[in-house]
Design a protein around this ligand. Structure first.
Ligand SMILES: NC(=O)c1ccc[n+]([C@@H]2O[C@H](COP(=O)([O-])OP(=O)(O)OC[C@H]3O[C@@H](n4cnc5c(N)ncnc54)[C@H](O)[C@@H]3O)[C@@H](O)[C@H]2O)c1
Length: 313
């Protein structure tokens, strides 16, 4: 089928493009390259260099490609940036997203697959692992705009018959993640610093935990959502909380890093312990994570080793 992947030049979107092409689909990418990179994009996909905030350009791209499904990954995807500039976050994640939905309706698109967040919706969860029915209480403009867009999707389905599936991701890691990023992206940052023998600082005492999922598993969930999960919302997660201290130790083993971590002040507003129950995705999408943390970390370290070696030459 013909699939348009918005944000397909970014970290996660580019892996989704690869999975769709491997499965034999015809893929186009819509991206403004603000955080994405053209060389992330598989040469089998065509590229529309378009900003989702520009309605005319979005309409033109959708009208020319005529996709059956739009997989919507384009976003302002950083929590700290959303706190610093909530208006920009909303302009991309809400106004831009709505331009995509309007173009989808106008061009007879069957379905939207939307990459939402599980990590930024629930605040400090009452239960770990939290399921999809956990009360919603985001702590950032980013979590709020993602949830608001989920509500728009439900409305577009009721009013215009546009089908959708919402995938709420855990903390995703793997190849092509931006390892220069200062915030979040803990594995990319730890791995790249360990490979280079640089000091590693843990925010807080490291006992806080996260649900980490390899990007390869995320891509397969996006494949499953093409034909299943209509109207549904699903956690795409490992379901297992892992502490930052544990991540440090596992990565130190893989990279043969001998130094002890440094400990900095805890990050304000950070959730302490979270994991996301993924049993609904198993029941209704037939999806479950396959890549164990240790294996995922090895794959990721291999990738960053290559990148760092390339930058040095
Ligand atoms: N990384 C995670 O752990 C995680 C967790 C939950 C949800 N998500 C969601 O997954 C999606 C992809 O995230 P990512 O980590 O790959 O981030 P990313 O920044 O690598 O990807 C976002 C892509 O969207 C593009 N983009 C940004 N603004 C745009 C605009 N105005 N017009 C067109 N394209 C634009 C960027 O160039 C980039 O290619 C996002 O929607 C994000 O909110 C990510």
């Amino acid at each position: 089928m013909k699939i348009l992947v918005t944000g397909g030049a970014g970290f996660i979107g580019s892996h989704v493009v690869d999975a769709y092409l491997t499965a034999g689909h015809e893929v186009a990418v819509l991206d403004n390259m603000s955080t994405g990179r053209e060389d992330n994009v598989n040469s089998g996909a065509t590229i529309h260099r378009v900003d989702v905030r520009n309605m005319d350009d979005v309409q033109a791209a959708v009208a020319s490609f005529q996709p059956e499904v739009i997989n919507h990954h384009a976003a302002q995807s950083e929590v700290p940036k959303s706190v610093a500039d909530p208006g920009y976050d909303a302009s991309v994640n809400l106004v831009g997203g709505l331009n995509v939905l309007k173009a989808a309706v106008d061009n007879g698109v069957r379905k939207i697959v939307f990459s939402s967040t599980g990590g930024a919706l629930y605040g400090e969860p009452d239960i770990v692992p939290a399921d999809e029915d956990h009360p919603i209480r985001p702590l950032s403009p980013y979590g709020t705009s993602k949830y608001a867009f989920e509500q728009y999707l439900a409305m577009f389905q009721r009013t215009f018959g546009l089908n959708f599936t919402v995938l709420r991701y855990a903390n995703v890691y793997g190849a092509r993640q931006d390892f220069f990023a200062e915030e979040g992206r803990v594995i990319a940052i730890f791995a790249s610093r360990m490979i280079e023998g640089k000091p590693v600082t843990i925010d807080g005492d490291g006992s806080q935990s996260r649900d980490m999922l390899h990007v390869g598993d995320v891509a397969i969930a996006n494949l499953a959502a093409l034909d299943t999960g209509d109207g549904g919302t699903y956690h795409v997660s490992s379901g297992i909380p892992v502490t930052i201290n544990d991540l440090f130790r596992k990565l130190a083993l893989v990279t043969e890093y001998k130094d002890e971590p440094r400990f900095g002040p805890p990050r304000k507003g950070d959730v302490y312990r979270i994991a996301l129950d993924n049993s609904r995705a198993l029941e209704q999408l037939g999806w479950r994570p396959r890549i164990l943390l240790e294996e995922g970390l090895r794959l990721t370290v291999d990738y960053f080793r290559e990148q760092i070696a390339r930058l040095r030459t």
